[in-house]
Ligand binder design. Structure first.
Ligand SMILES: NC(=O)c1ccc[n+]([C@@H]2O[C@H](COP(=O)([O-])OP(=O)(O)OC[C@H]3O[C@@H](n4cnc5c(N)ncnc54)[C@H](O)[C@@H]3O)[C@@H](O)[C@H]2O)c1
Length: 372
């Protein structure tokens, strides 16, 4: 493995900063793997790019992302721009021989996601998606609990994802309410709980969905009002293999909910419960406990839940959202180094995209849709 790796970052908003923190922190946290060299940063214009390059520690700055992709010092490209740009940027990077770390959702159109998966496979490069929640050490622990049979055979799953960043009906309209960003809560949001399902229990096989718009229009910064083109809520019934049924509810206009990804997995011998708003704990109920002591126990994240130990030696002190991105960055570097890694690559990402598009199709038709 090379002792360093050249990094390019496109976009410096919410996720761009998150990737920058991860690239800056990964070597200090994990100690192994190549040291990231922060080579090139791209934004919508050179002034913003220069300012952010200074803040994040990147050497070069450009207002043209294609310059970054053409840079021979860049080995891996972080794509953290709005959804509509993912396909074009990720495919260009792969065709230029770069590894890619692209934010979710993969793309807006299924055909674009398919082109991305094909480009990744043709390039032989590593291409992974920003599904950070699968990296929580306690989500890994849920995987262990399921594999150990602690809660028996899983028969039902309930998932909820709620935030309130679109709850204010008078908040200005921006790209997340435009059809160019996708369907709305389903692909902006639903892909995260679906990523948890994918790593914990495998693919969804059948869906029935209903989408809705809490607000028909929103104000614009020009002082007019424009129609909301996306659906901020989704209610979905689904089935998975091995007789598992499920319910998923999504709402990005849910006042009071700040970062809820609530997961309940019910099995023949117990139940496991997790909520991203309390990301350092999980609840486990085991039916074989003595009846006099039965109840949900709270398990706090601790060094025993790898890789928590790489961040903090003390139990119960807690990781944060940005730490998940550092773990994701480390897994990406492992994949680039040829090691087995816990990532959702473009081919598994495509499986999730197909589920999302099947859900929209179900809403449109008012019928169950079966995935091939
Ligand atoms: N993994 C997660 O938990 C998570 C959370 C939030 C957002 N996201 C995803 O991250 C992506 C970005 O979302 P965000 O919330 O960071 O958005 P944002 O609006 O905060 O940031 C987007 C950035 O991209 C820049 N940009 C736009 N067009 C560009 C171009 N042509 N060239 C260079 N830069 C350009 C913008 O100037 C902005 O700085 C989206 O796909 C979103 O779905 C993922």
């Amino acid at each position: 493995m090379k002792s360093s790796i050249g990094v390019g970052l496109i976009g410096t908003g919410y996720m761009g900063k998150c990737h920058a923190l991860a690239w800056n922190g990964v070597k200090a946290v994990f100690g192994d793997g190549p040291r990231p060299r922060l080579v090139h940063l791209a934004e919508v214009n050179r002034d913003i790019a220069r300012q952010k390059a200074d803040e994040f520690g990147f050497a070069k700055a450009t207002g043209d992302w294609r310059e970054l992709i053409a840079d021979p010092d860049v080995d891996v490209v972080s794509v953290t721009t709005p959804n509509a740009f993912h396909a074009e940027m990720a495919i260009a990077a792969l065709e230029a021989g770069k590894h890619v770390w692209c934010e979710k959702p993969m793309a807006v159109a299924l055909a674009d996601a398919e082109r991305m998966a094909a480009a990744a496979s043709a390039s032989g490069k590593v291409a992974v998606l920003g599904y950070n929640y699968i990296q929580n050490p306690l989500i890994r622990q849920i995987g262990t609990i399921l594999a150990d049979g602690t809660i028996g055979a899983v028969n039902h799953v309930r998932l909820e994802m709620d935030e309130d960043f679109m709850a204010d009906p008078e908040a200005l309209l921006y790209w997340k309410s435009e059809a160019s960003s996708g369907y709305g809560a389903l692909d902006d949001f639903g892909v995260h709980p679906l990523s948890l399902l994918q790593v914990l229990l495998g693919p969804v096989t059948k869906v029935f969905a209903h989408l809705s718009k809490p607000y028909a229009d929103r104000p614009t910064k020009e002082g007019t009002r424009r129609a909301v083109e996306t659906f901020d809520t989704a209610s979905v019934l689904f089935e998975m293999g091995a007789g598992i049924s499920g319910v998923m509810a999504l709402n990005r206009s849910a006042w009071g909910r700040k970062g809820r990804i609530a997961l309940q997995i019910f099995g023949s011998k117990g139940t496991v419960v997790y909520d991203q708003e309390r990301m350092n704990e999980l609840q486990l109920y085991v039916a074989s406990d003595r009846p006099t002591e039965q109840g949900f126990r709270t398990i706090l994240a601790a060094p025993q839940h790898a890789p928590y130990d790489r961040f903090i030696p003390a139990p119960g002190h807690g990781l944060g959202f940005n730490d998940l991105k550092i773990i994701e960055c480390h897994e990406l570097l492992k994949a680039i180094g040829g090691e087995s890694a816990r990532v959702i690559d473009f081919s598994t990402g495509l499986v999730i995209e197909k589920v999302v598009h099947a859900m929209y199709e179900s809403h449109r038709r008012g019928a169950w849709v079966v995935l091939e």
